[in-house]
Write a protein that binds this ligand. Structure first.
Ligand code: ZN
Length: 700
């Protein structure tokens, strides 16, 4: 969003009493003392005021003073120092800004700012008076006039579960743009709802939503960190009813997925974990709990391309808005880079304009946080090729917001800073959508190629910026230890039927879903031959699979057997595949036939000759070339990613448990898909087809 230049009323209570027109600081009648802050402006936004001023040479920091005033500009309360501006708040020191927040929106205030040189207080600026922006939505317009419990109680109460359900149901009923869907139930049977928001209406099915490159906001995983959730509820109302062209433009180009409360039981009881005590943000890979499983199934079905995950953070010295990208080293480089661009490229820059202090999670001595656990949604989503960030709202006011001993002030600052962040997130996606999708495509193709080492724990470094800067104090290095690195990746993991389908006790009440169910929730393809179940690594979530199925996994589901390629190098003559065959870096000169009940998995392999499979258990091709026609019929598990096929491709009558994938592939010939159930999909990565495409594959 391009912010308007501030409109302000600058009134000096010292000299303006007799003036009918307020002077601007630039043409004030007297010269300012050299150390006095000048050109103070106040720009109003939802729940905060951006104060901006000319910097004073030699200033160490600035104090922001706020005084409540009535309509006649008469003080109705004592002046209070509400903010301390420090140089590490923002990337540019030449245009200081401070987002003052915490007040009751709609009230009128006078602000002054003064520099301090060391501990010496310099003269205050001339004051600026303005009425702040009232809570969003015309009180006389249906829909817009909805308010949350948090808003109506002036932040004295958080919105309860029942009030949330009533509020979201009302939005659903009154806005064509919103559909509320239930993703699942908590352990205590509370609905886990998601608002699906698009313009003029949201796409009708998860697959249709996926085609819009949606964004997802997870608002409340830790039940005792409710600030982001209130922001989500307010933003949902804005998205549902605003006629602002920015909002309708955003919603015309994507779908916004908002999950207000994944941890409804924890929120109702104000606990970090769910009702079993499980920290849900240590469960997104293992999905032992129904709450996390619901979210992961949503990611599988709706395929968000970008995400934010809302939290609060107890370090009182940190910035307003600590953020962090997915750092696990198995996350594809383009996803890490794009997430860093969202945080350091976009949020730091926009924060410096609006006055919010974004910084890396862990900044200012925040301790051993922000590491590589794949159980954390930030990392899980990265391993699922989603550009995303953690968001932490600093719990207390800390040294830079000294007036937050008042609980409501503290709560409002947190929620409105989250509201700013989530709007910026949508703007970033709108502006950088092509780059986000390019990063996703490159990530999926590089993951499916199954090259390079696997790391079981260990993070990419977050480089420090030279101080003073929001990024001058990043989180710990968190390099992978040697014993948690596997230099040569296997082709697949083989699970026994007991491992795959056996009963588990790692869920609520000592009962867990099976590994088969959890793998299905992640959306991974599995090849079953007899009693053996193979999970190939030439898949989009290659970096996550070993963390759950390898013996080296730190928090794993089971010890799968590593299966290495059996077909490498050059081979001449016809090949008949029986059993489970894995080809890597192979050149096969001759026709390949996959027998009924057998499976072929390839990476970096060239087949010169037709590839034919009828009744196969599985065909998974990635980063491979087929110089000849490909015909796959009545087979179970099919995935073709980033392949080049010189010849026609025929997918006929395949009826596996999940959809055949055909993505990022170049086909020099016609593409025909008939009688497949489910219908093939492309994961949002278009194929290049030089011949006609028929029926089920017409849109691939
Ligand atoms: Zn948290």
């Amino acid at each position: 969003m391009r912010r308007q230049r501030p409109t302000l009323i600058a009134v000096s209570t010292l000299i303006a009493v007799t003036l009918t027109t307020a002077p601007t600081p630039a043409n004030a009648h007297r010269a300012a003392p050299p150390d006095q802050v000048t050109a103070l402006t106040a720009h109003q936004a939802d729940g905060y005021t951006t104060l901006a001023w000319q910097p004073v040479d030699g200033a160490t920091d600035y104090q922001i003073e706020r005084t409540p005033v009535d309509a006649d500009n008469t003080p109705t309360g004592a002046p209070t120092i509400v903010g301390i501006w420090r140089p590490n708040r923002q990337i540019n020191q030449q245009a200081p800004t401070f987002a003052d927040s915490g007040y009751n929106p709609g009230d009128t205030f006078q602000w002054r700012v003064r520099a301090r040189t060391g501990t010496t207080e310099q003269p205050y600026s001339d004051p600026v008076t303005a009425t702040t922006t009232a809570p969003w939505g015309n009180p006389d317009t249906p829909g817009e006039n909805l308010r949350t419990q948090w808003e109506t109680t002036h932040a004295a109460q958080y919105t309860s579960d029942t009030d949330e359900y009533a509020y979201t149901a009302a939005i659903d009923a009154l806005s064509d743009r919103v559909r509320v869907v239930e993703l699942g139930r908590t352990v205590q049977n509370r609905p886990i709802n998601m608002m699906v928001i698009g313009h003029p209406t949201p796409a009708a099915t998860p697959e249709a939503v996926a085609a819009t490159a949606p964004v997802a906001i997870n608002c409340n995983v830790h039940g005792n960190e409710p600030g982001d959730r209130e922001a989500c509820l307010i933003m949902a109302r804005q998205l549902a009813f605003s006629t602002d062209s920015r909002i309708t433009d955003l919603l015309s180009h994507t779908t916004v997925l908002i999950v207000p409360t994944i941890n409804g039981d924890g929120r109702a009881n104000n606990t970090r974990g769910n009702s079993t005590g499980q920290d849900l943000n240590r469960d997104y890979s293992l999905i032992r709990q129904p709450e996390t499983a619901a979210y992961i199934r949503m990611v599988r079905d709706y395929r968000p391309v970008a995400g934010y995950d809302g939290h609060e953070f107890g370090n009182s010295r940190a910035g307003d808005l600590p953020m962090l990208p997915p750092r696990h080293q198995n996350v594809a480089q383009p996803i890490f880079d794009q997430s860093q661009d969202m945080i350091e490229g976009h949020m730091y820059a926009k924060g410096a304009e609006a006055g919010w202090w974004a910084c890396p999670y862990g900044c200012e001595g925040g301790g051993n946080v922000g590491l590589s656990e794949e159980t954390i949604l930030r990392n899980t989503l990265g391993l699922k090729n989603v550009t995303n960030s953690l968001l932490e709202l600093r719990s207390s006011g800390g040294q830079t917001r000294p007036d937050e001993g008042n609980t409501a002030n503290n709560r409002r600052r947190k929620t409105y800073s989250a509201l700013w962040t989530f709007h910026q997130f949508l703007d970033y996606h709108r502006a950088d959508r092509a780059d986000i999708l390019k990063a996703r495509t490159e990530a999926i193709e590089s993951q499916a190629a199954n090259t390079g080492r696997l790391v079981f724990r260990g993070s990419r470094p977050i480089p420090a910026h030279p101080a003073p800067h929001p990024g001058d104090s990043p989180p710990p290095l968190d390099a992978p230890p040697a014993d948690l690195i596997l230099d040569t990746p296997p082709c697949a993991y083989k699970l026994t039927d007991a491992q795959y389908n056996g009963a588990r006790t790692d869920g609520p009440g000592g009962v867990g879903t099976t590994v088969a169910q959890r793998i299905a929730a992640h959306g991974w393809k599995v090849i079953t031959i007899g009693d053996d179940h193979y999970v190939p690594l030439n898949q989009p979530e290659r970096g996550l699979i070993p963390l759950l199925l390898d013996a080296k996994g730190v928090e794993k589901l089971t010890d799968g057997e590593r299966v290495y390629p059996t077909l490498t190098g050059r081979r001449n003559g016809p090949l008949v595949v029986t059993g489970f065959t894995c080809a890597d870096d192979a050149t096969i000169n001759g026709p390949v036939t996959v027998r009924a009940g057998a499976a072929l998995v390839t990476t970096a392999t060239t087949i010169s000759g037709p590839l034919t499979a009828t009744g196969a258990a599985g065909i998974l091709l990635a980063d491979s070339t087929i110089n000849g026609p490909v015909r796959i019929a009545t087979s179970d598990t099919i995935s073709i990613i980033d392949a080049t096929i010189a010849g026609p491709v025929d997918l006929t009558g395949n009826t596996g448990t999940d959809a055949p994938v055909l993505a990022g592939t170049t086909i020099r010939g016609p593409l025909s898909c008939t009688g497949n159930n489910p219908t093939p999909n492309n994961l949002g990565i278009a194929n290049t087809v030089h011949g006609p495409r028929t029926t089920q594959c017409a849109a691939l």
